[in-house]
Design a binder for this molecule. Structure first.
Ligand code: SAH
Length: 461
């Protein structure tokens, strides 16, 4: 159970509701009920004059009696006498009538949220009684970002809802259609009060539906794991896409940040765990986009660095499907800063190489001459399984066996660990410590800087 209350909106139009208490608070509560179209019976020895005079108010100048609950759909008790409030609450609950007692959560079977009213758009806020002040502050914040005239926009959409439903029958396409409306000029027109133009434009969009509702693919780099390292654009598209295709490298908190109602498709990809082969992923993206969906292809790090993003967009381009590519922080960059290892440094490395240590037929096909050169940093992706070969080959090609080398597991994530040693010692250390994938290997003098920089790197272990 994760919710303390079930939020619902009650239809009280022309229904009889009871308010016990006739002073300021009672009058305010009665006012809310009247705004929602209810008929209100107010019971109290004294009742606010203005309230008594209102249409749809039945004023009963008396102390509360059980019979006042007769025919009532919902009750609010707002007297300053706890005994009376308690009696109202008990009697109402015994009759299964929802009851709210102002400022007394224990006696309530429902609570009243703070509201932001842009009718027909309505936002309700509640902290379940934990902190009404926080709730009101939150409302205050949203009040400033959701303009009053959203009311008109919601009303406008309501008037065309049926027509659009009939013209755009596919629900996925219909959602995209409406999102285009709210994102675009039609909404601008409504918000500036020019509903005639808005209506004309909406008509055009409906006529041209096939062109407007086209699927597309966002190839987005999610970075190495810490959600704070996402780009703004990544986040925006994550909120927009209706289907998410992601693999093992994308951290869980990031997957959780995609739209709640989006479909999520896991396509695996850890060594030996290819949930879907690359060719099938390519075809899947094409198929989803052709259904008119907005597809988020979420990849760890940067899509174009050992991410096979190039192959995916080649297929999309061949099929004429629109796409955009959003860069991400690649593992090397993320790991370097969170582990306190600068990738280049005037005293140690003037260049930096990114290579993949993915084994083909049990051997690593790398340009060892090039990797073994001095005054550079070598970053090895997917290298853990070939660590022994990597160290041996580098030594064989002339690198001193005292060269510093690090393995960083789960870089930028809470489970990040850094193991350091030399070409001679690290394989033994890895054997003992068993780092968990994903890991990144960094070779070169820069690894020693980690100790110097350690004190101002709160993230590193
Ligand atoms: N496109 C990705 C790389 C995909 S290849 C990028 O730009 O980062 C997968 C390899 O990336 C892993 O085997 C590992 O070597 C490395 N990697 C990705 N995320 C990592 C992380 N959080 N920590 C350490 N290495 C990571």
């Amino acid at each position: 159970m994760t919710m303390d209350f079930l939020p619902i909106f009650a239809n009280v139009k022309n229904k009889l509701c009871l308010v016990v208490g006739g002073c300021t608070v009672g009058a305010r509560k009665a006012g809310v009920l009247l705004d929602a179209g209810a008929r209100v019976r107010v019971v109290a020895p004294e009742i606010d004059e203005a309230l008594q005079a209102q249409a749809n108010v039945e004023a009963v100048l008396a102390r509360f009696e059980p019979q006042h609950l007769e025919g009532v759909m919902l009750v609010i008790a707002a007297t300053n006498d706890r005994e009376v409030n308690k009696q109202v609450s008990e009697l109402a609950q015994a009759r299964n009538i929802p009851v709210n007692v102002v400022d007394d959560p224990e006696l309530c079977s429902f609570i009243m949220p703070a509201i932001m009213d842009r009718s027909p758009l309505m936002v309700a806020f509640s902290s379940g009684g934990a902190s009404p002040v926080l709730t009101r502050m939150m409302r205050g914040k949203l009040e400033t970002v959701i303009p009053q005239n959203y009311s008109n926009l919601a009303g406008f959409a309501g008037r065309f809802r049926e027509e659009v439903k009939q013209r755009v029958t596919n629900p996925a396409k219909r959602r995209i259609f409406w999102e285009n409306v709210f994102d675009g000029v039609v909404a601008e027109k409504v918000l500036t009060g020019d509903e005639a133009s808005a209506e004309a434009m909406l008509g055009q969009m409906l006529a041209d539906e096939d062109n407007i509702v086209r699927g597309e693919v966002y190839l987005v780099g999610a970075g190495p794991g810490d959600p704070d390292l996402l780009t703004f654009r990544a986040l925006r598209l994550m909120q927009k896409a209706d289907v998410v295709v992601y693999d093992a490298l994308v951290s869980k908190p990031i997957v959780e940040m995609t739209r709640r109602d989006a479909e999520r498709v896991y396509v695996g990809k850890r060594r030996a765990d290819h949930a879907l082969p690359q060719e099938e992923i390519n075809l899947l993206l094409v198929r989803l986009a052709k259904e008119g969906r907005r597809v988020l292809r979420l990849k760890g790090g940067d899509p174009f660095i050992f991410g096979r993003g190039g192959e995916e967009i080649e297929t999309l381009a061949a099929e004429g499907i629109p796409f955009q590519v959003v860069p991400g922080i690649t593992a090397a960059a993320g790991v370097a800063s969170y582990a306190g290892i600068p990738l280049t440094h005037r005293d140690h490395a003037q260049s930096c190489l990114f290579v993949t240590g993915h084994l083909r037929d049990g051997s690593m096909n790398l340009d060892w001459e090039q990797l073994a050169r001095p005054r550079q940093t070598v970053v090895v992706y997917m290298g853990l399984h070939g660590l022994d070969i990597l160290c041996a080959k580098l030594i064989e090609h002339g690198m001193p066996d005292t060269t510093p080398i690090a393995i960083v597991q789960h870089g930028t994530q809470p489970t990040q660990r850094v193991f350091t040693g030399t070409l001679a010692t690290l394989p033994g250390i890895a054997e003992r410590e068993k780092p968990q994938a994903p890991t990144l290997i960094i070779v070169g003098g820069v690894v020693t800087l980690r100790e110097k920089l350690a004190w101002f790197h709160p993230q590193q272990n």
